[in-house]
Design a protein around this ligand. Structure first.
Ligand code: UDX
Ligand code: ADP
Length: 474
């Protein structure tokens, strides 16, 4: 049985367990194992299929650079296992990195985070642990979740066992997870301000200090740390909704949203990042975290604050609707029985993740309009696309089969279609042979750029009818 060793009032971590082998837990703890060869890292998950994939040559998630990291330390000090209890028993420090989706029913439905997975993992730690442990909240959770975790652990644990709870939110972005983890802007570690809490905080800080400069490891109170994660995501999403709101003004006035964003971003107080207009942000975090913030504000009886944050999501929905309506309008007000090529289904480039992808909303709308939709994405699995679009309110399985065709090549996807609709900014879409794409399309051939990646002058020259978010194309 492993114990937390205390050397000169400092706790040393030698065995880490991560509960949850998903987009966050997998890459984060693989990088910890890579950078800390003296620490044994075991990533556990209830999903045995997912664990088998982590132990295979085809990892369950696509993330540039991840394969190399896993290959370097799997079997050395990095292990993937479905034996959750063994992982808990052996560890000094446990990351809880399970999913926290938005609640679908009950109190707070559509806004609050569903903490059932966090609670179940926490109860399991309490039941199984036979020695003191540091428990780290890694999943994005509403403010004050750590308090609930502590209550569960304290009420259910054995005698003489002490749990320290830390908040250590993840700031990695999918597609760049590995560089984000190798060189984080900052690592946040929140704890209670007790002696034990601070000691646990220092123990985790020492793990990160193996590769992150001390100045970038920030310690603070638990609640500040939890709220900082929600706040950071809300602020990033707010920039996108702001620039998307401007894109509507640009389309109406003749201004160019890329030029406006560039001009604003040169102001050092604003900065250039996260000012790219798009068909709408997606991903597992932004919408969920903002809705968490809305729910928190409402619970605290701060309706004006709740309305303020909610507007970011409202604007995001508006952007998707606007783009959908543009496609319909340009295709002579109907897409019924027309063929549309969808370029990109992931919520951003360099990931196979589709959670909250704008493409899901758009394609469902096209299917409802009885269009024939052809989809190509370089990384998203066919089964994932089918799962995302299977919705009884949109199409029966038979209708789905009739209306949706998945392609594995951008050119076959656009063969005999009326329009190409770009929904993800994959680099490959910038360099396609668009003359070839054009030749094989029905005429007039339309192209809609929801990511502002095309050279519109070139597209016009080829013969396309071109539409871009945030700019009039002459
Ligand atoms: C985000 C945060 O960036 C990360 O810190 C946090 O840990 C998790 O949530 P992620 O959702 O993986 O990361 O990707 P991100 O790069 O933030 O993109 C989110 C969405 O915004 C994507 O759909 C992306 O295409 C869109 N986006 C991003 C824009 O539309 N315009 C931009 O300028 C930037
Ligand atoms: P994230 O993007 O937050 O990492 P994912 O859905 O990709 O979310 O991953 C979360 C993982 O957590 C899933 O693989 C799920 O099977 C796992 N999980 C959820 N609850 C538990 C639990 N109680 N014990 C072990 N694994 C769990």
């Amino acid at each position: 049985m492993a114990t937390v060793t205390k050397e000169s009032n400092m706790t040393t971590v030698t065995k880490i367990c991560c509960i949850g082998a998903g987009y966050v837990g997998g890459p984060t703890c693989s990088v910890i194992a890579f950078k800390c060869p003296h620490i044994q890292v075991t990533i556990v998950d209830l999903n045995a299929e997912r664990i088998a994939a982590w132990n295979s040559d085809t990892l369950p998630i696509y993330e540039p650079g991840l394969d190399e990291i896993v290959r370097a330390c799997r079997g050395r000090n990095l292990f993937f296992s479905s034996d959750v209890d063994k992982g808990i028993l052996e560890a000094d420090l446990i990351f809880v990195s399970v999913n926290t989706p938005t609640k679908k029913s009950g109190i707070g439905a559509g806004l609050a985070a569903d903490l059932a997975y966090v609670e179940s993992a926490t109860r399991r730690i309490a039941r199984i642990a036979t020695s003191s442990k540091i428990v780290v909240e890694k999943s994005t959770v509403p403010c004050r979740t750590a308090e609930s975790m502590r209550a569960i652990l304290e009420a259910n644990s054995r005698e003489n066992i002490h749990f320290d709870i830390l908040s250590n939110p993840e700031f990695l972005a999918e597609g760049t997870a590995i560089p984000d983890l190798l060189k984080p802007d900052r690592v946040l570690i929140g704890s209670l301000q007790s002696e034990e809490g601070k000691r646990a905080q220092q123990a985790l800080a020492a793990v990160y200090a193996n590769w992150v400069p001390r100045a970038n490891i920030i310690t603070m109170g638990l609640w500040s740390s939890e709220l900082s994660k929600l706040a950071a995501n809300a602020l990033l999403a707010q920039r996108i909704s702001s620039v998307n709101a401007l894109s509507a003004i640009c389309e109406a006035t003749g201004a160019d949203v890329d030029e406006v964003a560039h001009a604003c971003g040169l102001d050092s107080r604003i900065g250039p990042k996260f000012l790219k207009a798009s068909v709408g942000f997606g991903g597992s975090c932004f919408q969920k975290d903002i809705l968490n913030l809305v729910y928190l504000s409402e619970s605290l009886h701060l309706p004006e604050v709740a309305d303020y944050w909610r507007q970011i999501v409202t604007m995001n929905e508006y952007q998707k609707t606007r783009f959908f309506e543009l496609v319909i309008r340009r295709l002579f007000n109907t897409v019924t029985n027309k063929h549309l090529a969808i370029y990109g289904f992931a919520f951003k480039k360099n990931t196979g993740d589709t959670r909250e992808s704008a493409a899901i909303t758009l394609v469902k709308q096209f299917i409802k309009e009885k269009a024939n939709v052809h989809i190509y994405d370089p990384k998203v699995d066919d089964a994932q696309i089918e799962m995302d679009l299977t919705d009884p309110s949109v199409a029966t399985p038979a209708e789905f089969k009739k209306h949706v065709t998945i392609h594995h090549d951008a050119y076959s996807c656009a063969q005999d279609v009326d329009a190409v609709v770009i929904l993800t900014e994959w680099d490959e879409f910038k360099t396609l042979d668009y003359e070839k794409v054009y030749r094989n399309m029905n005429k007039p051939a339309f192209i809609f750029d929801g990511r502002l990646i095309l050279d519109t002058t070139k597209m016009k020259k080829i013969g396309f009818q071109v539409d871009v978010i945030g700019r009039q194309v002459y």
